[in-house]
Design a protein around this ligand. Structure first.
Ligand code: FES
Length: 180
């Protein structure tokens, strides 16, 4: 029987600290077996999956919160006009919720006030009040809306105008926010 070191034993020869006889020296310093390597790999992969799930969950919650905030961002309460200054025809155009957002205030024949975004829900033209026909009218493609509810009543539009909550405070009409 030869005492010559085997090629795999390296310069120190066979394991000196508990390895199996014939194991290469590197086994002492890196004592993982292939089974252990599989275990580590699975464990790391599981950690990765958990971390990735956490990131996706946090992203979904963040996106949902952002979407909710966007929906909730429907304008701050703001005075529109003194009620006595509403024109005779019952229509007053203003901007709401932003300075570039056209809106329309309507004083119905019974004195009730309604307000809507002025953008037609068909293709975005502006709508006007036609008191003589008791309708809101979009001239682009002859769309009609109910000035009481904002519901589409005729023509291409199939969705109601977005309503703006209004309230009279003292002698002034206020916009409170877009209804969602
Ligand atoms: S944009 Fe108003 S009916 Fe088409």
């Amino acid at each position: 029987m030869s005492n010559e070191p085997q090629p795999e034993d390296g310069p120190g020869g066979a394991s000196a600290s508990g390895g199996q006889p014939g194991d290469p020296l590197w086994r002492d310093e890196f004592p993982l077996t292939s089974e252990g390597e599989d275990y580590v790999a699975r464990r790391d992969f599981t950690r990765y999956l958990i971390a990735a799930s956490g990131v996706f969950a946090a992203g979904a919650v963040g996106a949902g919160t952002w979407a909710t905030m966007q929906r909730a961002n429907t304008g701050e309460p703001r005075p529109i006009i003194k009620e006595a200054d509403i024109p005779e025809d019952g229509e007053y155009l203003f901007k709401y919720p932003g300075d570039d957002d056209p809106a329309i205030l309507v004083k119905l024949p019974n004195g009730d006030l309604r307000a809507f975004t002025q953008k037609c829900t068909h293709l975005g033209c502006v709508v006007y009040y036609k008191p003589e026909e008791a309708t809101l009218y979009c001239p682009c493609h002859h769309g009609f809306f109910d000035p009481d509810s904002g519901a589409a009543t005729a023509g291409p539009p199939d969705r109601p105008l977005a309503a703006i909550d209004v309230e009279v405070r003292g002698d002034t009409v206020w916009a409170l926010g877009i209804e969602t």
